[in-house]
Design a protein around this ligand. Structure first.
Ligand code: FAD
Ligand code: NAI
Length: 466
C-alpha cells in the first residue's frame, strides 16, 4: 500500500494548488478526485465556463447593439450559433483542465481517480474500478461545494436547473426564471438576456447582490433594468413545478401579492452548500457546523489532528482565490511556516458588464461598526478612456478612515472593474491612505484614473475632472 506525507481530497483550486505548494516544499503528495477531469467546480462548471459564456455573449450583444456607434456597419442579419458558443466554452474548459494534468505531472503529484472516504486516522479508501487504499500522515479535505436548493424544489436538471446545467443548455431559452439575484443569478441572467431570453429574476432580499455596497447594488440594478432584465425584489418563492412544456414558479411579494412566472427553464441560484457526503467524517471524528461546513481552527486543522480542510467546504467566502490562498497556507503550515491570510482583503468580483468589484468594508458595515469614515466617488463617464471605448457606466467609491485617511473599502462598478480592484487590494495590504493613491501617477487614459480621482475626492473633495 502506498504511503504519503500528504493526501489532498478534491482537485478544485483549493486542492490542486495545495498539492502543488506541498510538492514544492518537498512533501510527498497525492491528490484524489472523483471526476476524470481535474480542476473542481471552478474549472469545469464554475469560474471558467461562466466567464467563457459571459465573453461570447458580450461580443454578440456588442455587435447587435453597440458596434454601429463605432462606425462599423454589419450588413444583413446577424446570426447566432449557440452550439458553437457552447463548444467553444467546452474547449476552453478542456484546455484549462489539461493544464492542471500537466502541473500535477510536473510537480510529481500522484493523482488518483475515484471517490475518497476515510477508513481511519491514516487510511483512505478510493472507490473506483480497482478500489484502492492509500495511507497518509496528513490529509487536506478540499471537497468544495454543491448548489443549494429550497426544500420544496425538485431540481430535475431538465427544466429546473442549477448553474451546472445552465452552462450547457442545448438551446437558448425563450424565457428563463431565476431564483436568487446573487452572483450566479446575475452573471448567467445577463448571458441569457444578451442572447435573447426573457429573464425574470426573483430575489428574497430588497436589493440585488445583498452582500455588496448599497450604491453598487443600486447602480447595477439600474443598468440591468435598462437591459430589460426584470427583477422582483422582496419576493419569496414558495412553489416551483415543471410539466412537459414549461416551469411555473410562484412567489409572494412584500405586499402579499402572488406572482406567477411561466418559463422554459428555472435556474435555482440561492447559494451553495459544503460537500462532504459519504466522506465518512464520523469515522475520523471530523465535526461539521450547523450549515454542514467542516469546523477548523486558525491553522485549518479540523477536530482530528491529522486532518485539515480548506476552500468552499469551510467557513468564509466561496471563491476560487480564497480556496487557493488557503491551499497554499495549509501546505506551508505543514512545513512549520507562518503564512497569513487577511480575509478582509479578499476581493469580490461579479463578471457582468459593467463588471463589479470590491474589497474591504462596505459603507453599511462601517456604519454598523460605528467607524468614522469619509468617502470619495468618481463617475466613469468623466474619464477620457470611458468616452473612447463608449463604456460610460459606473463609478469608483473609496471609503477611508476619517481621521487617519487609511483606505477601508473600495467599490467599483465599470469597465474592467475586475482588474482595477487589484490596485485597491495592494494599497490596502500596505495600509495606504487616500493621499497615497492620490499622489501616485496613474497612466492616462485608463480606467484606473477613476481610483486616483475618487481618492482625491475622499481626501479633500478636489477631484480634477469633475
Ligand atoms: P471545488 O472547486 O468545488 O472542488 C472540489 C473537488 O472535490 C471537486 O472536483 C469534487 O469532485 C471533488 N470531490 C468532492 N468530494 C470528493 C471525494 N469524496 N473524493 C474525491 N473527490 C471529491 N469563484 C471565483 O473566485 N470566481 C468566479 O468567477 C467564480 N465563478 C463561479 C461560477 C459558478 C457558476 C460557480 C458554481 C462557482 C463560481 N465560483 C467562482 C466559485 C468557485 O468555483 C469555488 O469557490 C471554488 O471552486 C472552490 O474551490 P474548492 O477547491 O474549495 O472546491
Ligand atoms: P449567492 O449567495 O451569491 O446568492 C444567492 C441569492 O439568492 C441571494 O441574493 C439570496 O438573497 C437569494 N435567495 C436565497 N433564498 C431565496 C429565496 N427563497 N427566494 C429568492 N431569493 C433567494 O449564491 P449564488 O449566486 O448561488 O452563488 C453561489 C456561490 O458561488 C457564491 O457564494 C459565490 O461566492 C460563488 N460564485 C462566485 C462568482 C464570482 O466570484 N464571480 C460567480 C458565481 C458564483
Amino acid at each position: 500500500m502506498k504511503n504519503y506525507d500528504l493526501v489532498v481530497i478534491g482537485s478544485g483550486p483549493g486542492g490542486y494548488v495545495c498539492a502543488i505548494r506541498a510538492s514544492q516544499l518537498g512533501i510527498k503528495t497525492a491528490l484524489i478526485e472523483k471526476y476524470k477531469s481535474l480542476g473542481g467546480t471552478c474549472l469545469n462548471v464554475g469560474c471558467i465556463p461562466s466567464k467563457a459564456l459571459l465573453d461570447s455573449s458580450h461580443h454578440y450583444h456588442d455587435v447587435v447593439h453597440n458596434i454601429s456607434s463605432h462606425g462599423i456597419n454589419v450588413e444583413g442579419a446577424i446570426s447566432l450559433d449557440f452550439k458553437k458558443m457552447i463548444d467553444r466554452k467546452n474547449n476552453v474548459v478542456s484546455q484549462t483542465v489539461k493544464g492542471i494534468d500537466f502541473l500535477m505531472n510536473k510537480n510529481n503529484i500522484d493523482v488518483y481517480n475515484g471517490f475518497a472516504s476515510f477508513v481511519d486516522d491514516h487510511l483512505i479508501n478510493i472507490e473506483n474500478d480497482t478500489n484502492q487504499r492509500i495511507k497518509f500522515d496528513k490529509c487536506v479535505i478540499a471537497t468544495g461545494s454543491k448548489p443549494a436548493t429550497l426544500p420544496f424544489i425538485n431540481i430535475d436538471k431538465e427544466k429546473i436547473i442549477t448553474s451546472t446545467e445552465a452552462l450547457s443548455l442545448n438551446e437558448i431559452p425563450k424565457s428563463l426564471t431565476i431564483i436568487g439575484a446573487g452572483v450566479i443569478g446575475l452573471e448567467l441572467g445577463q448571458v441569457y438576456n444578451r442572447l435573447g431570453s426573457e429573464v425574470n429574476v426573483i430575489e428574497y432580499s430588497d436589493k440585488i447582490t445583498p452582500f455588496m455596497d448599497n450604491d453598487v447594488s443600486k447602480e447595477l440594478l439600474k443598468i440591468f433594468k435598462k437591459e430589460k432584465i426584470n427583477f422582483y425584489l422582496s419576493s419569496k418563492v414558495f412553489d416551483v413545478k415543471s410539466n412537459d412544456s414549461n416551469v411555473i414558479v410562484k412567489a409572494e411579494n412584500k405586499s402579499g401579492e402572488i406572482l406567477e412566472f411561466v418559463s422554459d427553464y428555472c435556474l435555482v441560484s440561492v447559494g451553495r452548500k459544503p460537500y462532504t457526503e459519504n466522506l465518512c467524517l464520523n469515522s475520523v471524528g471530523v465535526d461539521t457546523d450547523k450549515s454542514g461546513r467542516i469546523i477548523i481552527d486558525r491553522q485549518f486543522k479540523t477536530t482530528n489532528n491529522n486532518i485539515f480542510a480548506i476552500g468552499d467546504v469551510v467557513n468564509g467566502p466561496m471563491l476560487a482565490h480564497k480556496a487557493e490562498e488557503e491551499g497554499i497556507a495549509v501546505a506551508e503550515i505543514l512545513k512549520n511556516h507562518k503564512p497569513h491570510i487577511d480575509y478582509n482583503l479578499i476581493p469580490n468580483v461579479i463578471y457582468t458588464w459593467p463588471e463589479v468589484s470590491s474589497v474591504g468594508k462596505t459603507e453599511q458595515e462601517l456604519i454598523e461598526e460605528k467607524i468614522n469614515y469619509k468617502k470619495g466617488n468618481f463617475p466613469m463617464r468623466a474619464l477620457g478612456r470611458s468616452r473612447a471605448s463608449n463604456d460610460l457606466s459606473g463609478f469608483v467609491k473609496i471609503l477611508a478612515d476619517k481621521k487617519t485617511d487609511e483606505i477601508l473599502g473600495v467599490h467599483i462598478i465599470g469597465a474592467r472593474a475586475a482588474d482595477l480592484i487589484t490596485e485597491a487590494v495592494t494599497a490596502m495590504e500596505f495600509k495606504a491612505s487616500c493621499e497615497d493613491i492620490a499622489m501616485m501617477s496613474h497612466p492616462h487614459p485608463t480606467y484606473s484614473e477613476a481610483l486616483k480621482e475618487a481618492a482625491l475626492d475622499a481626501l479633500e473633495n478636489r477631484p480634477l475632472h469633475i
